[in-house]
Design a protein around this ligand. Structure first.
Ligand SMILES: NC(=O)c1ccc[n+]([C@@H]2O[C@H](COP(=O)([O-])OP(=O)(O)OC[C@H]3O[C@@H](n4cnc5c(N)ncnc54)[C@H](O)[C@@H]3O)[C@@H](O)[C@H]2O)c1
Length: 252
């Protein structure tokens, strides 16, 4: 197993990609703290891991809140002793243009997609630095690299994720901490289905693009999770600051 004795935090761990990451990390031997706004769903993922013989705890939290992030990190350290891996994955999307989104919604998207990563790093980097090693993986998006239609706050926030990943890698590489982003194309999750409700299907370029891509289909959560496991493991020991695209082809 590639992650034996490793301790991990996954945010948005009850959602499509987060759940798949939690299961994949646990299958490689990591102990996992499943963090989500939806505590009940996080508990179900932790139960699933334990039923399969793994080790996991569930923590209900709003990742945009510093008080909640402080509690998450403390709870995970109390349970596991340390933190080696963080997957900052919780995210939300609003399918609106500059003319449609209001300031509160803008701040909400940036709170969950961007501020949460800064807050998690603020509290977890000292723990990893003390150990001289750690791997942080942030979920960006293809739309953070190339933009997309009718999702201004989302595209801006995911662009921020990609570049803050590089900045974090520069700042904390000397302490032995690697920071990378994984950038999915369209993946078969609740977020994509929610989007289909926010925007008429014919306008939904996420869905339209997947058919045009070289692999001709949308991705499955486990295919993103496999990339996260690789970035979490020592197999990627010389990889930091990178923006790994996992999209079936077509973004770059
Ligand atoms: N699905 C896609 O096509 C796609 C494409 C590119 C990027 N992404 C990114 O992947 C990540 C995971 O998305 P997904 O598709 O699995 O979506 P999802 O909606 O299935 O899961 C997101 C999870 O985040 C949780 N969450 C939302 N706000 C939170 C908060 N404030 N605090 C804690 N948890 C919170 C939700 O409860 C949910 O369980 C997101 O960052 C998303 O932007 C998804």
């Amino acid at each position: 197993m590639r992650l034996e004795n490793k301790k991990a935090i996954v945010t948005g761990g009850a959602g499509g990609i987060g759940r798949a990451t939690c299961l994949a990390l646990a299958a490689e031997g990591a102990e996992v703290a499943v963090v989500d706004l939806n505590q009940q769903a996080a508990q179900a993922v932790a139960d699933e891991i334990r039923a399969a013989g793994g080790s996991a705890i569930a923590i209900g939290a709003d990742v945009s809140s510093e008080a909640d992030i402080t509690r998450v990190v403390q709870t995970a350290v109390d349970a596991f002793g340390t933190i080696n891996i963080v997957h900052n994955n919780a995210g939300i999307i609003r399918r609106t243009t500059a003319l449609e989104i209001d300031v509160d919604e803008w701040d909400l998207v940036f709170g969950v997609n961007v501020r949460a990563i800064y807050l998690m790093c603020k509290h977890v980097v000292p723990i990893m630095a003390a150990a001289g090693k750690g791997s942080i993986i942030n979920t960006g998006s293809g739309w953070g690299l190339k933009g997309g239609g009718r999702a201004l706050s989302y595209c801006a926030s995911k662009g921020a994720v990609v570049n803050m990943t590089r900045a974090l890698a520069i700042d904390h590489g000397p302490a032995g901490i690697r920071v990378n982003s994984v950038n999915p194309g369209d993946v078969n999750t609740g977020m994509l289905r929610d989007e289909a409700r926010q925007v008429a299907q014919e306008e939904n370029s996420f869905l339209a693009e997947s058919a045009d891509r070289p692999l001709g289909r949308m991705g499955e959560p486990r295919e993103i999770a496999a990339a996260v496991v690789w970035l979490a493991s020592d197999e990627s020991s010389y990889v930091t600051g990178s923006a790994l695209v996992v999209d079936g082809g077509g973004i770059a």
